[in-house]
Design a protein around this ligand. Sequence first.
Ligand code: TRP
Length: 339
Amino acid sequence: MNYENKTILTGVKPTGTLHIGNYVGAIKPAIEFGHKVNQNGKHIMFVADYHAINAIKDAPLLSRLTKEIACAYLACGLNPEKSLFYKQSDVPELFEMTTILMAYTPKGFMNKAHAYKAAVDKNIARGEPTDAGINMGLYTYPVLMASDILSYDTDFVPVGKDQVQHVEIAADIAGAINAHYEKEVLKIPASYLTESAQVLPGIDGQKMSKSYHNVIPLFGSDNEIKKAVMSIKTDCQDINDKKNPDDILLYHIARGIAPESVVAEIKEGLEKGGMGYGSIKKMLLQAILDEVSEKREKYFYYMDHFDEVNDMLQSGAQKARQIARPVLERVKDAIFNRK
Ligand code: TRP
């Protein structure tokens, strides 16, 4: 696939302190996309802070998490000269677009959306009323996300599996508008599942997620990272047993984060027997520290110099608005019969 002239867009919701699962599954692949786009294409990475307010009402916390994500993007190699980098809340065009899209979104789409359904299922499991604690922001989440995507004539949205349905909803809404006005008012986006968007297991073998308390922190201290790696669950097979690497959690985590040569060494050690879990943990720890140390330094630099980051976000938002505005006007021309 040629991505050079395409518009690629990703958003990350600031809802938790970042771990290496976020890095491997979302941040890294999204930043790598930026290198595939040329001057005729666009690479857009933004912080979805308005999506976050559905869940986070604690203002200082939201502000800290937003800051952390912005600094993490930069630390992991996002170049704001080449990629558009902004906070969703700084682009008012998005919210005007959202209101328009609402009118073309069947309510049934929202009933079926994963984020809402998951919240409903949780309520039912707890014996609570179906919609307890669910706000309209969560319910209409996919419409704002559709606006994020459609407002820039996005071609591709690199996402994890859990977000594919949301991109499909965006494509359906755009399709409905185009069909109604019998022309291409909005570009139809597609999701792009990156291979590395596979779920990284956490230290207990479940999906790595802050809600499972099983994460390896991305920008933790050496000691914090070490503590997490040393707690990765292992079985009690004998060191000399020949093992199937696919059965070994350490191997799965290594495959997500360690360089190929290290992964190959671990694989061989497990298959032949003789390599203990303790030494594999040491190798994995070293691989993680090699991958994150430099980024961690940059991350703390940006956290300490957030004014610089803010300037980048502000100028990114200005550029984003210049792209979103004509798209919005095009849609308004169609719906209000202005041209
Ligand atoms: N829903 C995404 C998440 O939870 C964040 C997001 C918001 C997004 N708008 C987007 C992702 C647009 C891709 C495109 O991670």
